[in-house]
Design a binder for this molecule. Structure first.
Ligand SMILES: [Zn+2]
Length: 141
């Protein structure tokens, strides 16, 4: 199997060590109560995604930065598309920001964890072929 690049692994939410196992189960915008769930272990190489207790609390800071960038982008887009920057249109901006936060929250949940695992966790890098011996054992058994 051809190895995928780090950017492809981030976009497709793959494990940072083997770049083959999925970090999440479930779809990003699924309309179910279960929603998207972070797998505890990589299904391919058995890497534990939550590196230590409370590891994913750090992803809230990443999510916060993503939220700020999205809200600024939405506000600038609303202004460029013709919404006047006046006191009377203040509530339109508030509504646009709340809608942006609501619609982007599943995306932020998922990609804040992926960014944390791929770029902000020291000592966690790509090891080509990791987890393959487990798959080979399963094939021969
Ligand atoms: Zn893996």
């Amino acid at each position: 199997m051809e190895p995928i690049t780090k950017l492809q692994a981030v976009i497709h939410c793959k494990c940072p060590r083997c770049r083959q196992g999925d970090i999440f189960s479930g779809k990003m915008y699924a309309l179910s109560l279960k929603g998207q769930i972070t797998n505890e272990y990589c299904p391919h190489c058995n890497l534990r995604f939550e590196r230590e207790p409370g590891f994913f609390y750090v992803s809230m800071f990443v999510s916060y930065a993503m939220n700020v960038a999205e809200m600024i982008s939405a506000s600038v887009a609303a202004y460029v598309l013709g919404l006047p920057l006046e006191y009377d249109s203040l509530w339109y901006y508030v509504g646009i920001l709340l809608l942006t936060v609501f619609l982007c929250s599943p995306f932020n949940y998922r990609y804040s964890r992926v960014i944390l695992l791929h770029w902000l966790t020291p000592g966690l890098g790509y090891i080509p072929g990791s987890g393959d011996e487990k798959v080979n054992k399963m094939k021969t058994a």
